[in-house]
Design a protein around this ligand. Sequence first.
Ligand code: ADP
Ligand code: MG
Length: 221
Amino acid sequence: MKINTAESFDTIDLSETTRKTLNALNFTRMTPVQAVTLPNFLSNKDVVVQSKTGSGKTLSFVIPVIEICQGLKSFMLNDVLAVIISPTRELAKQTYDVTVKFSENTNLVVQCLIGGVDIQADVKKVREFGGNILVTTPGRLWDIMEKCSDFLLFKKLEVLVFDEADKLIQMGFQSKVTEIIGKLPKQRRTGLFSATLNDSIKELIKVGLRNPVKINVTDSH
Ligand code: ADP
Ligand code: MG
């Protein structure tokens, strides 16, 4: 599938490590949704992003997550700086792979925490290696927050991302996600990404986001 692209990534102020990864992937131009989302999410704004599947939403949040976390002066391995919530294990794994690629040559620890894996194994790897960026599904995130509450610290959380929000709602995660939001610091940036918006998602936006910039890219390609 040919992807529709807009301006060059060079029009945005990005770290050297992010530029290197983009070059390695041969990504030179942003997709339209990236071109609008990146400058907003990289500044201090919450974003609601609606655009169709395959339009490049993943990098619209992975790049800001990496840039924002990398920009922090001091943190420990057990400081959770960013949480990316996916509706399914498969999506979380895909997002994890992209996030790991962009975290190369940084000192950020990225963890993939999803159901289907023995919870004790996840607890062990979190206690052993920490977790600055968690790519996760709602149930597993909740369990890890409980089981590692004496170790993982969320008070420095900078970025929260809901990926495929329509699917999160469809799969019945609305109340779990709301409970999770209730346990996270309010001073943070939050992004919500979805192919479609409905009333339940708007409810989630009210609970989890603050004055979000609403981005709706309906390109015709
Ligand atoms: P979405 O989350 O909107 O469904 P993805 O983020 O999964 O879309 O991106 C779809 C595909 O486009 C992926 O294979 C991704 O690697 C590719 N892609 C994303 N951004 C770019 C870009 N700027 N240049 C070229 N390919 C890109
Ligand atoms: Mg996606």
